[in-house]
Design a protein around this ligand. Sequence first.
Ligand code: SF4
Ligand code: SF4
Length: 158
Amino acid sequence: MKRSEFAALRASRFWETTPLAEMSASQWEAVCDGCGLCCLVKLECEETGAVDYTRVICPWSDPQTARCTDYPNRHVNVPECVPLTLARIAQFDWLPPTCAYRLLYEGKPLPPWHPLISGRPESVHEAGIGVRNYAPIPLTTEIDLEDFIIQLRGATAD
Ligand code: SF4
Ligand code: SF4
């Protein structure tokens, strides 16, 4: 997204008046805070369904930028990488508590470090929220995921 388009979206404060279901594609895109946490590998308990995050990250993620290195082909590269759509958000209780889609879906405001509020993409990392703050390591076959479980920070950090 071009900087000018993001600035115009930010100025409109669309997320305060436009439900997720009615957002345009560019509005939907701007809601993502770029934290990269959804690209961390997760462990799900078979009995309880509880999800633990690890600091092991998808090998297609760039841990410095927290961006996918092959976004157009992500579903081919990683079949379990499913697109985040409104229809699926309700089932995505594994999303981080700070995920902006989850916050808006739950009727909560965006936090101060969200780029739509701060005006700066770096603020999500400076606030300790972004994936860089967890010293991510890329997924390999040798890794025992249980050794890398982390506790994610909450949505109220500022
Ligand atoms: S966790 Fe949510 S806000 Fe963060 S990168 Fe993923 S989709 Fe975007
Ligand atoms: S394929 Fe890309 S978007 Fe999907 S989990 Fe990996 S890094 Fe994230």
